[in-house]
Design a protein around this ligand. Structure first.
Ligand SMILES: [Zn+2]
Length: 325
């Protein structure tokens, strides 16, 4: 039976169980934290305990695995995630590699690569492959998938180099990909066309944030490539209200697409985008953006819209298992 790398080590894919395919534990820039958080808005012990409590409550709903696409650019810091994973043996956390950038390449890769000051094979690809096959830094934790972004400005030179490096790390290792897309500007096909030209197996790609739109033609066009739709921002009502997200999924299930969708919130225990005022920002702007929204509100609404238990099992268990097999 195939296994998948998790923060605690390899797990049989049959044991992943109910899986939320896009949840962050922390989105905290290490530079922001080291320079402004310590002694200020960041309390390490409080935040770790808070995360264990929030994710423990999610596990109590029946979720066995979360897939965490926090990479460089979002503040990936695996030792803290290892503490959470050690405290929650009932929950698997799957880590990612890649780079989260809407425009620029990190300067650390600007001068190394084909045709650059240091003319050499792209070191980004080797770094991603190392995370997937050897481990992230000195943690011993292997990433199990790749993450990149194609936002409204499309394939800027920086984004294109990152996405092509992700594609090549995929073709070298077979690791699946989650690409953050902008459904309002419909950047999904830009990402998939580029991946296809790079030889990526599109059945191993999740088009992240596809669920922000209710444009069925757009969603079916993406799904018909073999890619999986990330219906993954439940609770972010600002982008698309829950009732609309549910109606779109129900219609796609009716049309036979339940094998091409996964569910999630894109939530986090703490994000530093609001300085230390995460809990206040959440309560004001997005009170439903919590890890338990899907189990408390969305699944009953899907059932009431005619989605069957088999289709829910497909989206929560079978599609994630296939993605990591
Ligand atoms: Zn995210």
């Amino acid at each position: 039976m195939p296994t998948v790398s998790t923060v605690r080590g390899p797990v049989d894919v049959e044991e992943l169980g109910q899986t939320l395919m896009h949840e962050h534990v922390f989105v905290v820039s290490t530079e922001h934290l080291d320079n402004y958080g310590k002694g200020g808005w960041w309390d390490e012990e409080f935040r770790v305990e808070d995360a264990v409590r929030k994710l423990g409550a999610l596990a109590a709903k029946g979720v066995r695995t979360i897939v965490d696409p926090t990479v460089w650019g979002l503040g990936r810091y695996i030792p803290r995630i290892q503490r959470i994973a050690a405290a929650l043996p009932e929950l698997n956390i799957i880590a990612a590699t890649g780079i989260y950038s809407y425009h620029e390449l990190p300067h650390q890769y600007e001068h190394r690569g084909p045709g650059l000051v240091l003319d050499m094979p792209d070191p980004m690809i080797d770094d991603f492959v190392r995370d997937l096959t050897v481990g992230i830094s000195d943690t011993g934790v292997k990433a199990a998938f790749l993450k990149c972004v194609v936002e409204q400005d499309g394939l800027t030179p920086g984004v294109e180099r990152i996405c092509r490096a992700v594609a090549r790390a995929h073709t070298r290792t077979g690791a699946p990909i989650t690409v953050h897309t902008n459904s309002f500007t419909q950047s999904g096909p830009v990402a998939l066309d580029m991946f296809a030209k790079e030889g990526v197996d599109l059945t191993k790609v999740v088009v992240g944030h596809a669920g922000d739109t209710n444009d069925l033609d757009y969603l079916m066009r993406l799904a018909d490539t073999g890619a999986t739709l990330g219906m993954d921002r439940f609770g972010l009502e600002l982008y698309n209200p829950t009732a609309q997200r549910v109606a779109t999924i129900a219609t796609l299930c009716e049309r036979g697409y339940s094998d091409r969708m996964v569910l999630s919130h894109d939530a986090a225990c703490f994000m530093d985008y609001f300085g230390g005022m995460w809990d206040e920002a959440l309560a004001t702007a997005a009170p439903k953006w919590r890890y338990d929204h899907i189990h408390d509100d969305v699944l009953p609404a899907l059932r009431a819209s005619g989605v069957t238990d088999e289709q829910i099992e497909q989206m929560l268990v079978l599609n994630p298992r296939r993605h990591f097999s």
